[in-house]
Write a protein that binds this ligand. Structure first.
Ligand code: ATP
Length: 252
């Protein structure tokens, strides 16, 4: 296994004939897609169709057949993709079991520059404050993270994630617990990661309404019998909604 430095010019993902699941249950069947340029990709589909399972493949947590390349490198050759800086991952649920100030948690997004528990510099804290401000969470900086609401905690994780500076971001329902204002704000933030920082953002979401306002990208419907990347437009989002709302799509 090698952890070669990430080539930032190849911030793409290439998946060929991916098959993955659990024991007797195959959830991802012969999946093919390639993201040639930094882009926003909305991953939609029914509960249990395999969206998080795809992220478990990409983060090296479960076995698979087929090939997956991150930035031109075979995923099988990368020991821990997140630790090595190839990607940053925000799971659906993340808990912290001890009291910690929000600012201290956010600054840990700089861990690859320092190690998780080493001393962070003034610059690191300035970056952490700026990241919190960008998600609309500046007022939370001195609060105890464990006492925040679920939505406030989600904003803090997004701020921490933005400091990780990886070419590929995997977000599992990042707006799940947020109110309507912050949902819009988070999607705008993700769009800015693509446009201004040239990141690729894979975002699992059931929030189809907010996808309509995004400036572009792709849609991947994993409930479809043969999922493929489609351009993210009002027409494709409406078609995906119609498909997912139909009784027939559940039995496919
Ligand atoms: N470790 C496991 N062993 C066996 N089955 C599992 C395991 N983890 C998940 N599953 C099952 O695999 C299926 C797909 O799970 P996954 O988390 O990928 O769904 P999802 O598309 O992300 O759903 P949701 O929208 O509800 O989050 C589910 O039925 C789940 O119960």
């Amino acid at each position: 296994m090698s952890n070669q430095p990430v080539n930032k010019q190849q911030a793409t993902l290439d998946i060929q004939n991916l098959v993955a699941g659990y024991e007797q249950r195959v959830l991802l069947r012969n999946l093919f897609f390639a993201i040639p340029e930094p882009a926003f990709v909305a991953i939609v589909g029914h509960n249990g169709c395999g969206k998080t399972t795809l992220f478990r493949v990409l983060t090296g947590q479960i076995p698979y057949t087929g090939t997956v390349e991150l930035g031109g490198q075979d995923l099988r050759q990368i020991a821990r993709p997140a630790t090595a800086g190839h990607l940053a991952y925000l799971p659906q649920r993340t808990t912290v079991g001890f009291p910690i100030r929000v600012r201290e948690l956010v600054v840990m997004g700089r861990y690859r520059h320092h190690g998780l528990l080493s001393a962070y510099s003034l610059l690191d804290y300035q970056l952490a404050d700026a990241a919190l401000a960008r998600v609309g969470g500046a007022h939370l900086a001195q609060r105890d993270f464990t006492l925040l609401s679920g939505g406030e905690q989600q904003l803090v994780w997004l701020a921490q994630l933005s400091l990780q500076d990886a070419p590929l971001y995997l977000l599992d329902e990042p707006t799940q617990q947020l109110d309507v204002y912050y949902r819009r704000r988070v999607f705008d933030l993700l769009a800015s990661w693509v446009e201004q920082e040239r990141k690729t953002v894979l975002c699992i979401t059931h929030d189809l309404d907010n996808l309509l306002a995004l400036p572009g990208g792709y849609l991947l419907n994993l409930s479809h019998p043969q999922p493929s990347l489609e351009p993210l437009t009002a027409a494709t989002v409406s078609a995906a909604r119609e498909f997912l709302e139909s009784e027939a799509s559940l039995s496919l």
